[in-house]
Ligand binder design. Structure first.
Ligand SMILES: Nc1nc2c(c(=O)[nH]1)N[C@H]1C(S)=C(S)[C@@H](COP(=O)(O)OP(=O)(O)OC[C@H]3O[C@@H](n4cnc5c(N)ncnc54)[C@H](O)[C@@H]3O)O[C@H]1N2
Ligand code: MOO
Length: 403
């Protein structure tokens, strides 16, 4: 029976530096429709080739007037203007507004020639073709000039921006149907273990369902990647080598299971033969038996098989790497400070991610064991306990990072 003990554990900062150095932003771009663009990263500078709005328009329902014709109007001294035309949004006036005349306009209708302001309908009264104006307007009041929103020639969105609903609105305003974005990093998600079954398969003794492929894929999607779950890999060196070879068309290879020291943990040997091991074993808890390697220029991260170890490393190591590759940038989790509900002892020498929930304003550790997915599912967030701290006192205020 051959076991391959882990060498000295690497500290988290050094491990992160290695992973982040090997994670390269994707250069490939693609065109997507605006409906597909949310959350994507813009790969082009967007400059306006038109004004928005493309014409001066009424900003209120009412009457387009020459402002000076309303000066001096009051509740007891209305100015009386002649109504010469009525237009709706989408229509243009045939006539221009001459002195002492007005044109009825809907919000969004083009400002008629000659008019420089709109009197709101609430400040008027209509008597056949006479409009009594009870309140004066100043020039440009309730009228939006052409290009008020976006000026033709101005560059409104920059390369590298993440497209959120408002930025997609800018593209729509400029008449874009498609936009050029960076491709998402393609991520091979490779579960391993003879005991692992896909959902839908019948359970048999000693077998369990695959959790990690799904937690990892969800996390990868959330962080700008495109996950592809591979068939469950058998625990043999040949399977590991051929599967990793197949995965070399992906930008990032994430394996789960088989990264520890058991005799069937073939991953380390496979990566050693095919490329370079950057580290094996990192001083975090959970998540110690993590493997990082580079095979033919492709970053490979081997996650521990235990679901909570796998997922906490997903948050701690995989997500930052992916956000660099997908160009989404660092994700700042919301955080709050609260006191510990009880004393908690941690492992000295390992940076701990402790899943917690909040109860009555206090921080309650919910970690059961690395093998339990509910260690994470019952948590609202986590606290980090540095490697050189082994005790948190009851009542000690800690920072909770919220999922
Ligand atoms: N002698 C030692 N044994 C172990 C050590 C150690 O240092 N010395 N480390 C322990 C720690 S810590 C962890 S974490 C686990 C991780 O081991 P592996 O990464 O090699 O993972 P496996 O042995 O393949 O599996 C561990 C556990 O997780 C289950 N598993 C695996 N894949 C999945 C999946 N896709 N979905 C759900 N569950 C999965 C698997 O059945 C095992 O129960 O090693 C400790 N041992
Ligand atoms: O490092 Mo293991 O990941 O504690 O369970």
């Amino acid at each position: 029976m051959v076991m391959k003990p882990m060498k000295a554990l690497l500290d988290l900062e050094a491990g992160m530096r290695i992973v982040m150095d090997a994670a390269r932003p994707i250069e490939r771009t693609e065109q997507v429709t605006l409906l597909e663009a949310v959350g994507r990263v813009l790969a082009e500078e967007v400059c306006a080739s038109m004004d928005v709005p493309p014409f001066a328009r009424a900003a209120m329902d009412g009457y387009a007037v020459r402002a000076e014709d309303t000066f001096g109007a009051g509740n007891f001294s209305p100015r009386i203007l002649e109504l010469i035309e009525v237009i709706h949004a989408g229509e243009s006036a045939r006539l221009s507004v001459r002195p002492a005349a007005c044109i009825q306009v809907a919000t969004g209708a083009p400002m008629p020639d000659g008019a420089d302001a709109v009197v709101m309908v609430e400040d008027t009264e209509l008597d056949r073709t006479n409009v009594m104006v009870y309140k004066p307007v100043y020039p440009q009041q309730h009228a939006s000039p052409m290009g008020e929103d976006i000026k033709s020639g101005s560059c409104v969105l920059q390369r590298g921006m993440r497209l959120d609903p408002s930025k997609i609105g800018v593209l729509a305003a400029l008449g874009f149907q498609k936009v050029t974005v960076y491709q998402k990093p393609a991520v091979a998600v490779i579960p391993s273990g003879n005991e692992i079954l896909m959902p839908g398969e019948a359970l048999s003794p000693g077998r369990i369902y695959d959790i990690n492929s799904y937690t990892l894929s969800a996390l990868i999607s959330e962080n700008g990647g495109l996950p592809q779950i591979f068939p469950i890999m058998k625990d043999t060196l040949e399977a590991a080598i051929s599967t990793i070879r197949e995965a070399l068309t992906y930008d990032l290879i994430v394996l789960s299971g088989g990264s520890s020291v058991g005799e069937r943990d073939m991953m380390v040997e496979a990566v050693e033969r095919m490329g370079e091991i950057k580290f094996h074993g990192i001083a975090v808890k959970p998540g110690k038996p993590t493997l990082c390697g580079v095979v033919e220029g492709h970053l490979l991260i081997g996650m521990p098989g235990y679901p909570t170890s796998c997922l906490t490393n997903g948050y701690g190591i995989l997500a930052p790497a992916l956000r660099k590759m997908s160009r989404l940038g660092e994700r700042a989790l919301a955080s709050l400070k609260a006191p510990m509900v009880r004393r908690y002892t941690s492992t000295i020498g390992r940076h701990q991610y402790l899943p917690v929930r909040l109860d009555g304003g206090e921080v309650v550790p919910v970690f059961k064991e690395s093998g339990a997915i509910t260690s994470m599912a019952d948590a609202e967030g986590y606290i980090e306990i540095p490697a050189n701290v082994d005790l948190l006192e009851k009542g000690e205020v800690v920072e909770v990072l919220l999922f």
